[in-house]
Design a protein around this ligand. Sequence first.
Ligand code: MG
Length: 278
Amino acid sequence: MNNKILTFTLLFVAISTLTIRAADKPKITEVIIDGVAGFQDTPMQPDGKWHVHDPARPQSPVVTPGNSFSQQAPPPSDATVLFDGKDLSAWTDKKTGGPAQWSVADGVVISAKGDIQSVQKFGDIQLHLEFKEPSPPKESGQGRGNSGIYFMGLYEIQILDCYINKTYADGSTGGLYGQHPALANACRPPGEWSTYDCIFTAPRFGANGEVISPAYLTATLNGVVVQNHQAFRGATNWRSLGEYKAHAAELPLTLQYHNNSVSFRNIWVRTVPQVNEP
Ligand code: MG
């Protein structure tokens, strides 16, 4: 094969590959309704009313929180402190398992580079966590101060700057991402500390991996209930319905890095004992 033919052949292969790749990639169409960017080419939620990330789904009602609810709440005696302002020894980088790449300064840790996960694994827990959105705010919708708490590394309650910032309802602060909007939008303005107080119940699986009971979350944001014993429909994901896959009874807690610098402080958890039912 002479050089000309070889070059032509390689070029043909490269173009063919690119064409196939482009054809393989599903088309994603963002729609904007009443100033809310979202999607309607996504699966329908099981209630049959809304698409996943549907911009037409009603926004959570705005509730102005009272002052300083649970801010700087000291950990109870049996709490596991995950961040006390000093260091990230209770965390690792989720991807590499190496040291967490977030930066600690002045008692605050700021998200950067990648998700972090707790060294310790947890099942049913009570969680206290404080966060602060960047000020002045940048970007809009999902691009403004995005982070999140993933219980067991799988089930996200959203952290976003939703103070005068509309986004699809199932992706707003306090929402179970892609599934259940928050019962209220209790966001403080960017630059002010917010508190999450959550009670998470891990899902239970049977011997064959079937779901015996789903994961549940009760959560307050700044002292306002945003989830009331709400079941997750499975692991939370972008543009897809939740789905359960059987997993261990205890898994690490994950905090999301989503290209935004969100500040955190005072993070602690308590293991919640199991009780007999009913
Ligand atoms: Mg998020």
